[in-house]
Ligand binder design. Structure first.
Ligand code: ADP
Ligand code: MG
Length: 259
């Protein structure tokens, strides 16, 4: 079971779009996949076609030991993957977890009990470096960082990289940056191409080969509760996320061969 956190403390950079579409694309490729929504906004939940307003239990109950993962997870009605959903309740977890034992390790522990159930677990993190993101980073083997290729893209990246380093040093020796995913890419923009080249220069093979273009079909899909990769399979954005799933599967397989 490979667990990946999709993180970037900036909002609106494509974390949720990446989490939902990668989950659906991996599932469409036959991978047993769980999507964990760690954002109180519940956008990944809704994007996967699960109504956040009518949840019996959610990731909030799991983190506070009020429900098991088994109880809280639901099957996405639109894709062949499971969802550990979230809604506003989760906003309270930040404060409620503070005094609890092993507060950063709660998601990790919940997932450990289901090690055999999935090939991939994807964790959609909130736009902050909070206790919730910390739970995501402590549970994960690797981080996928979606980025827009714009002027300020690199600003703030160092905060995230430092947080990942600290978590690696103190809480989770398994954690590494798997890669930077360029999203909402505009191939006609000179700036996009310049920033993209800069990323490749600085981060080398930590930059995924797949480029996700700006594509309106990806932005429309959530309002139908259908992941973009299933909503319009022919769209450029859908094809990019299908290619990204293959790239992730190849990465994971290459680790198996070398260990
Ligand atoms: P985050 O989770 O980081 O806040 P989202 O995934 O919610 O970011 O994306 C922010 C907005 O950008 C959403 O409205 C989403 O539909 C849109 N979006 C994300 N990726 C793309 C893309 N490749 N092309 C067009 N719109 C996109
Ligand atoms: Mg989001």
């Amino acid at each position: 079971m490979h667990i990946f956190a999709i993180a970037n403390q900036k909002g609106g950079v494509g974390k949720t779009t990446t989490a939902v579409n990668l989950a659906a694309a991996l599932a469409a490729s036959g991978q047993r996949t769980l999507l964990v929504d760690l954002d109180p906004q519940g956008n990944a939940t809704m994007g996967a076609g699960v109504d956040k307003r009518s949840l019996e239990s959610s990731v909030y109950q799991v983190l506070l030991h009020l429900a098991t993962l088994e109880r809280a997870r639901v099957a996405s009605p639109s894709g062949k993957f499971d969802v550990l959903p979230a809604n506003r309740d989760l906003a309270g977890a930040e404060v409620e977890l503070v005094d609890l034992e092993l507060r950063e390790m709660r998601l990790k522990a919940a997932l450990a009990a289901h090690r055999g159930d999935y090939d991939f677990v994807l964790i959609d993190c909130p736009p902050s470096l909070s206790m919730l993101t910390l739970n995501g980073l402590c549970a994960a083997h690797g981080v996928i960082i979606p980025m827009q290729c714009e002027y300020y893209a690199l600003e703030g990246l160092s905060d995230l990289v430092n947080t990942i380093k600290k978590v690696h040093a103190n809480l989770n020796r398994d954690l590494k940056i798997i890669g930077l995913l360029r999203v909402m890419f505009d191939p006609r923009s000179t700036l996009s191409n310049q920033v993209s080249a800069q990323l490749e220069q600085h981060f080398g093979d930590k930059v995924f080969k797949t480029l996700v273009p700006r594509n309106v079909r990806l932005a429309e899909a959530p309002s139908y509760g259908i992941p973009g990769v299933l909503f319009d399979r022919a769209a450029k954005g859908a094809q990019a996320y299908m290619a990204f799933a293959q790239e992730m599967i190849e990465r994971v397989n290459s680790w198996k061969e070398t260990t």
